[in-house]
Every structure is written in structure tokens, then in C-alpha cells.
Ligand binder design. Sequence first.
Ligand SMILES: [Zn+2]
Length: 179
Amino acid sequence: MRQKRSKNYRKQMSAYTTAFGFRKPYQVLVDGDIVYDATKYKMNLSKSLESVVQSEIKPMITQCCIKSLYDRGDEAAEAVALAKTFERRRCNHLETPLTQAECLSSVVNVKGKNKHRYVVATQNQQVRRQFRSIPATPLIYINRSVIIMEPMSPITEQAKSKFETEKLLGGLNSTRSRH
Ligand SMILES: [Zn+2]
């Protein structure tokens, strides 16, 4: 990975841990398409994800996203095998499976917040666009065999500044109260 990019990713992840309570190993929620594309490009998905977030990760996949891989048939056999090694995120949509986009949204977006602190790795541009409005949701995708983390969304930047301001004010207040 290019050095500048790597530094930028490190900075981003450190903000996610300091301001938003992310903990290592990061929980990375992958969709079926990124698993499929990784096998297509012969990438080691877990290693690539670890190189982006620069830490150990816990890869997770929902039941609907696994199902989307089964639905692709034989061409996705390798991707299915890989997905099975990841922790299964129960989404309780087994009886009436949702689309991957709907499923991801239902497990990530808890009342407008990324409550479970997922890093989301999805090839779906619309999902990424939607998740940019949920503060503190790191987004990863593969672009022609290169793994990319999106820049922090403006909403996330705002939330981070708010945290920093409050921390600063909190610090000032506690200094003051000691006197
Ligand atoms: Zn689901």
C-alpha cells in the first residue's frame, strides 16, 4: 500500500477508536459481493482488510449476504467457502431473506447510529452512499483489485469535531473545578 494512503488509514482508524469507541479486533461486516470480487481478483480478503484498518479484524457476514452467494451458483463456490470461515452475523431474515442492501442497513443502522461499531466492507455504492450519513461508519470496497477505505464522511467529521470540542471543554471544566 502506498505510504500516504496507509498513514491516512491509520489516522482514520485512530479517530474511530478515540472518538467513537471502536475496539480491536475491529468487526468488519462484509457483503457477499466483496467476498465474491476478492476471490475473482485472487485477493486474500482478510489480509487485505487487515492491511487497511492496520489491525486484526473479526470478519462477519449476515445470513442474507451468504445466501446471495449461494444464489450465484457454482461460480461462487470459492466465495461461499471463504464466507463460511467468517463469523455468521444472525440477522433473523432467514424465512424471508432481504436483499443485501436491506439486510446491511437493518443490522448496521440502529436508530441512525452504527450501534455495533461495524466497519462495513461492501461493493454496493448505494449502500455506501446511504451509510455516509450514519456517523462513525468506516466504509471499505474493492476497486479493480485495490482495497480502498473511503475518506471520513462529512457527518462523521462533524461528530468527531463535536467529540473533540466536548472533550476540550470537559478538560477545562475539570481543571477549573479543582481550583
Ligand atoms: Zn439478513
